[in-house]
Ligand binder design. Structure first.
Ligand code: ADP
Length: 285
């Protein structure tokens, strides 16, 4: 092979890698239909490496369905979706190794200590014992739980459990961290602390963060970019300031209200009702 060809291949590999690492999540025409109901209807979005990205929308809009597709729990019925350069349908285990997730409901084991929860989690990712202990110490210190490492989780407050979840979600150093309403039910101080850790991890490890929240002030403060989904469609996306500009509003809350017709405070079962009406109207087509 000539050196010119070699250098051409090297350049093209480099540009593939660059694309892969510049865009951590790429969704094109992403769709999920359940029988005769389309929950996510051909959405396009890209999340860059190291970016903190908020995915907002009323109840029933399609947020959880999208997160489930991103985390391989649900298979898309249409479109293309990659995470860390891996295809969510054909490269599931690479995708799974590339992300961590923190759910709204604590999933840490109450009957184990904080450290035991970390060690158990490490076994899913084939981390060596010394590496597990080293990272656990670093992360439990980061979320200020190292001095409680040997306490049973059932003795922890809700905020402490959520902090432990975050530490655990970061254990295998994921490229992408999903946070599904991570601060719901937490007091303001714990919420701030939690965001402080997440933002720090994102910056120091160049970790991409994809989160949902009903607290728009969190999105306004921490998200570098926002997409708003409603009725399975992305109805707006951009930085907080561009969303405010697009809607001629002064706060993200006002912009969101104008775009969705919903306040996050009264966001409740009415959205599910409108989703059911949508099924009926589609059925009539
Ligand atoms: P969000 O997370 O934004 O509240 P979801 O993604 O959970 O919304 O749901 C979007 C819509 O899809 C809702 O109307 C919901 O009822 C519907 N949906 C979710 N999962 C299923 C399912 N397994 N079968 C049928 N409909 C579903």
């Amino acid at each position: 092979m000539s050196s010119a060809t070699k250098s051409k291949i090297a350049t093209s590999n480099l540009s593939t890698q660059k694309t892969m690492f510049k865009d951590m999540i790429v969704a094109k025409g992403l769709t999920k239909s359940f029988k005769n109901f389309t929950a996510v209807d051909g959405i396009d979005f890209t999340v860059k490496k190291g970016e903190i990205f908020a995915f907002l929308g009323p109840n029933g809009a399609g947020k959880s369905t999208t997160i489930k597709m991103l985390t391989t729990l649900l298979e898309p019925t249409g479109g293309a979706l990659t995470l860390a350069g891996f295809d969510v349908l054909s490269q599931k285990s690479d995708v799974r190794n590339s992300f961590g997730i923190v759910f709204q409901d604590p999933s840490v084991d109450d009957e184990l200590t904080a450290l035991e929860n970390m060690v158990l989690h490490a076994t899913f990712y084939d981390l060596s014992k010394p590496e597990t202990l080293k990272r656990s110490e670093e992360l439990l210190n980061l979320v200020e739980l190292w001095d409680r490492k040997d306490s049973l989780v059932k003795t922890f407050s809700g905020g402490m459990k959520r902090r432990l979840e975050i530490a655990r979600g970061l254990l295998h150093e994921p490229k992408v961290l999903f946070l599904d309403e991570p601060t719901v039910g937490l007091d303001a101080q714990t919420r701030n602390l939690l965001w402080h850790y997440v933002a720090r991890m994102s910056k120091t490890k160049d970790m991409t963060v994809f989160f949902t929240t009903h607290y728009l002030e969190e999105a306004e403060q921490y998200a570098e970019r926002i997409a708003i989904i409603d009725h399975g469609h992305i109805i707006a996306s951009g930085t907080t300031s561009s969303l405010k500009k697009q809607t001629s509003t002064k706060t993200l809350e006002e912009a969101y209200l104008k775009l969705t017709g919903h306040s996050t405070r009264d966001d409740s079962s009415d959205a599910d009702l409108s989703a059911r009406q949508r099924v009926r109207s589609r059925g009539r087509k």
